[in-house]
Design a protein around this ligand. Structure first.
Ligand code: DLL
Length: 431
């Protein structure tokens, strides 16, 4: 890695950790006072937990606070947890919510600025500079991806091509005609672009940077997208609840973990069952507290995303903010088949290790009387057989799911996040 001065806010991104910790303490104290005094649900939550805003004096006091999860957000739909008067709200985003009630995030001007700041740091960290065209391919709508990448690109002073999703052939022409240097999207859209470029026999010589996220990203998939598009890929992280894409950080050119913006968030990795913090390097659930969000600051939000702390040491890129491993999967995505626990990411990693296998796959989960079984559908070139897929999965997972091979292009495509794990009804009498 060549260390370049590629900061958006050098002072904040390289601040000594002691300074960051003090700032976190100050901001945590302010946030807790504010939510307690402006929202009855938050007040009740703290009262029920026996904690008063005055108990919070430093960042370390965070463990005195109660944790919240998606249930509270769903119960408070649409905006019962908001901490500001309605006149201050300028924008909202919403996650579709796989289980029904969506989660809503309202934004004030200060929140939009905070989002843009975090996202602009990510853009600059990827090496994008003014004059570079950035093509934004996620949806511009309730999903936070498109607008977040837009707000950040404005703050970073980039040339924005707000393409949105779909029409991939036009997307490729746009990139060619306007010399797109950075492309942003959900991970599976990167693979879609690769396919269509191949079909069109096109190359994009100006394209150098890929900022992808919103889905679990195995190392093999990263390598495949890098090779296929001829780019350097960055893994960007964030969620509706944290304030959107980029708020929780991205990896730098050292690609040694995702830098979480610690001046804006306190990060904890906890045992999902007990809620106790685990040691550095130990896997656990990511819990964050938003320190600078105005409309709806999350206090100790349990994300259900699994990761571990890689390092608290300053990075070779000069940034001092904590680094976590790429997300392994979501707690609710963990599969248990024949006594083996695993994540879809492990299936992806295994499939991509088989020569000739494409990047589109599905894991069909069948549950009969509480017993789970899986079948794996994957696209591959001719010559790859179901047996080869089953053998590779058996070696990796320790049991043998059924593997079905489809021709390239034979499985459905989605415009947003790919639906990799699909629950299916058990077919009676099938062997
Ligand atoms: O997916 C925000 C986003 C948009 C991130 C575009 C990156 C790019 P939600 O729809 O609220 O927001 O979904 C958030 O997606 O809890 C993770 O489970 C997953 N996720 C997001 N980024 C990553 C990533 C956006 N880099 C949920 N790696 C999160 C793995 C990710 N999973």
């Amino acid at each position: 890695m060549t260390i370049k001065d590629n900061y958006h806010n050098k002072k904040a991104e390289t601040a000594p950790i002691k300074e960051i910790r003090e700032l976190q303490g100050k901001r945590l104290k302010e946030t807790v006072h504010r939510v307690y005094n402006s929202n009855p649900l938050y007040r009740k939550l703290l009262d029920d937990h026996g904690v008063k805003p005055g108990d919070i004096k430093t960042a370390e006091d965070i463990t005195k606070l109660p944790m919240i999860n998606k249930d509270l957000l769903r119960e408070s739909y649409p905006m019962k947890l908001s901490c500001v008067p309605r006149e201050k709200i300028l924008e909202m985003h919403m996650s579709s919510g796989s289980t029904g009630t969506p989660v809503v995030m309202p934004y004030t001007q200060a929140d939009l600025d905070q989002w843009a700041e975090c996202m602009a740091r990510c853009y600059r960290m990827s090496g994008a500079v003014p004059g570079d065209a950035v093509q934004i391919t996620p949806l511009f709508g309730l999903f936070n991806g498109g607008f977040g990448m837009y707000h950040g690109a404005r703050a970073a002073g980039l040339f924005i091509i707000p393409a949105g999703p779909g029409n991939t052939a036009r997307q490729i022409r746009l990139a060619k005609d306007f010399g797109t240097r950075a492309l942003t999207g959900v991970v599976s859209y990167g693979t879609r672009l690769m396919e269509v470029m191949e079909e069109m026999g096109e190359t994009l010589p100006d394209l150098q940077i890929g900022v992808f996220g919103a889905e679990v990203f195995s190392e093999s998939m990263k390598k495949k997208v890098e090779a296929g598009l001829g780019i350097e890929v960055f893994d960007i992280y964030g969620m509706t609840e944290s304030g959107g894409v980029g708020t929780l950080g991205m990896d730098c050119a050292a690609h040694d973990g995702l830098h979480v913006w610690e001046d804006h968030y306190i990060l904890e990795i906890v045992d999902p069952k007990t809620g106790e913090q685990v040691g550095d390097g130990e896997p656990g659930e990511l819990v964050f507290t938003a320190l600078t969000r105005e409309a709806l600051p999350m206090i100790r939000f349990k994300t259900a995303d699994l990761t571990r702390i890689i390092s608290r040491e300053p990075c070779e890129c000069g940034r001092t903010h904590i680094r976590v491993a790429p997300i392994t999967g979501r707690l609710d995505d963990m599969l248990i088949v024949k006594g083996v626990n695993f994540f879809p990411k492990q299936v992806e990693q295994t499939l991509l290790g088989i020569p000739g296998v494409g990047s589109n796959y599905q894991i069909l989960v069948e549950e009969t009387d509480g017993v789970m079984d899986i079948r794996v559908n994957v696209e591959a070139e001719s010559g790859v057989t179901g047996y080869m897929v089953e053998k590779a999965l058996k070696e990796a997972l320790g049991f043998s799911p059924k593997g079905d091979v489809f021709p390239m292009g034979g499985l459905p495509r989605t415009e947003g996040k790919a639906k990799r794990v699909i629950k299916v009804e058990a077919e009676k009498g099938r062997t």
